[in-house]
Ligand binder design. Structure first.
Ligand code: ZN
Length: 150
């Protein structure tokens, strides 16, 4: 295991043990439920969008280390972002997790790049992508349907 892999492992462990933005937001403008039946990960995402910006975001749920760490990292990164930035981030993470374009992660993904390791484990990709699909559903103007990653 090289230094970068070790660093990434530490990021995942840290965010799993001490999830950021864990809990409910009373005045959320969108609440999304998401389930990954393959692993049993469950997530409820609370998002407050105001003037086109994600002013507050939090999550509750239970799941494996990857799904919790991904939710925590996602909320930490997206809080304060504009809706277009949040959607752009979804696309970048989708590429990273699925290896769709087989390129190095964008520089500005920063800690989020730690989640890229799941590409080696196809069964875990949905664990990492669950929070991001919930985010997309929450900020996209499509009525906020519940998310199930199949
Ligand atoms: Zn999982």
């Amino acid at each position: 295991m090289d230094d970068v892999e070790e660093l990434y492992r530490q990021v995942i462990l840290d965010h799993n043990r001490n999830p950021r933005n864990f809990g409910e937001i009373g005045d959320a403008t969108r609440v999304i439920s998401a389930v990954n039946p393959l692993c049993g990960d469950k997530l409820t995402l609370y998002v407050k969008v105001s003037d086109g910006t994600v002013t507050d975001i939090s999550f509750k749920g239970s799941g494996c280390a990857i799904s919790v760490a991904s939710s925590s990292l996602m909320t930490e990164r997206v809080k304060g972002a504009t809706v277009p930035d949040a959607l752009r981030l979804f696309d970048q993470m989708h590429d990273l997790l699925t290896g769709a374009h087989d390129h190095e992660p964008a520089e500005d993904l920063d800690k989020l790049a730690a989640l890229g390791g799941v590409r080696e484990y196809p069964s875990r990709v949905k664990c990492a992508s669950l929070a991001w699909h919930a985010l997309k559903a929450a900020v996209a103007d499509d009525g906020g349907k519940a998310v199930t990653t199949e």
